[in-house]
Write a protein that binds this ligand. Structure first.
Ligand code: C5P
Length: 223
């Protein structure tokens, strides 16, 4: 039995505008994807990691993870295709799978441990979440408000998301189209998706602003 993580890192990073694929952008001396991988391994509950990169980066990425139990494979056109490529690399003795964005480089190991412990306790799918602090409204195509959503029932979803390996493999076997979230597939199978506490520090680096925040956090007191 074992825990493996898939780290989709094959995005182009257009919204970040760094000129290199987002996962390879330097953050305080280490590329984001290396920070994401090391956060997983520092949890001491993850045995192996499959990193999924743009096909042009496979050779370069293979040397990024010296001394770590990492396999690098080429990804696909969208995140869903990249995760599917990672799933195909899983060893047969893996019973818990995490899927973790390379773009969440500061994710604390405690979050990883919470997710794995919850899956180990027998839950099929577990996601880290945060309460939504802003008021959220639904708008029409013209930007006019059509509804105010009850934010007390909403959660913002982070990664790593954790799954019973057999369930995630089954969910991906029937996948069509691109999704932003792996747990959604398991929901579609009719399985309960449970939540554990996320952490603000596990935020996703999407824009140049996010990268600046990540640099400031690293430069300041430990987070
Ligand atoms: O685009 P977004 O920030 O939502 O991407 C989330 C994660 O999915 C990132 O780590 C990105 O590298 C990854 N991704 C991927 N393959 C794609 C698109 C995104 O692995 N084709």
């Amino acid at each position: 039995s074992g825990v493996a993580a898939i780290v989709p890192a094959a995005g182009s990073g257009l919204r970040l505008g760094a000129g290199v694929p987002k996962a390879f952008v330097d953050l305080g001396g280490r590329p984001m994807v290396l920070r994401a991988v090391d956060g997983l391994l520092e949890s001491d509950v993850v045995g192996s990691v499959v990193v999924v990169v743009p096909s042009s980066e496979v050779t370069a990425a293979a040397s990024l993870f010296p001394g770590r139990p990492v396999t690098v494979v080429p990804g696909g056109a969208d995140r869903t295709a990249s995760v599917a490529a990672g799933l195909r690399e899983l060893a047969s003795d893996v019973d818990v799978v995490l899927v973790h964005d390379a773009a969440r480089p500061l994710t604390p190991p405690e979050v990883v441990r919470r997710v794995v412990a919850a899956v180990r306790s027998g839950l099929p799918a577990v996601i880290p979440v945060l309460p939504v602090v802003d008021t959220v409204k639904r708008v029409d195509a013209g930007g006019v408000v059509t509804a105010t959503v009850d934010r007390s029932a909403l959660r913002a979803v982070q990664t790593p998301q954790g799954f019973r390996a057999s369930d995630l493999v089954r969910a991906y076997a029937g996948v069509t189209g691109a999704l932003t979230d792996d747990a959604g597939l398991v929901e579609a199978l009719g399985e309960d998706v449970h939540t554990v506490a996320g952490d603000p520090v596990a935020f996703k680096v999407t824009t140049a602003w996010d990268l600046r925040i990540a640099e400031l956090l690293l430069a300041g007191a430990p987070v």
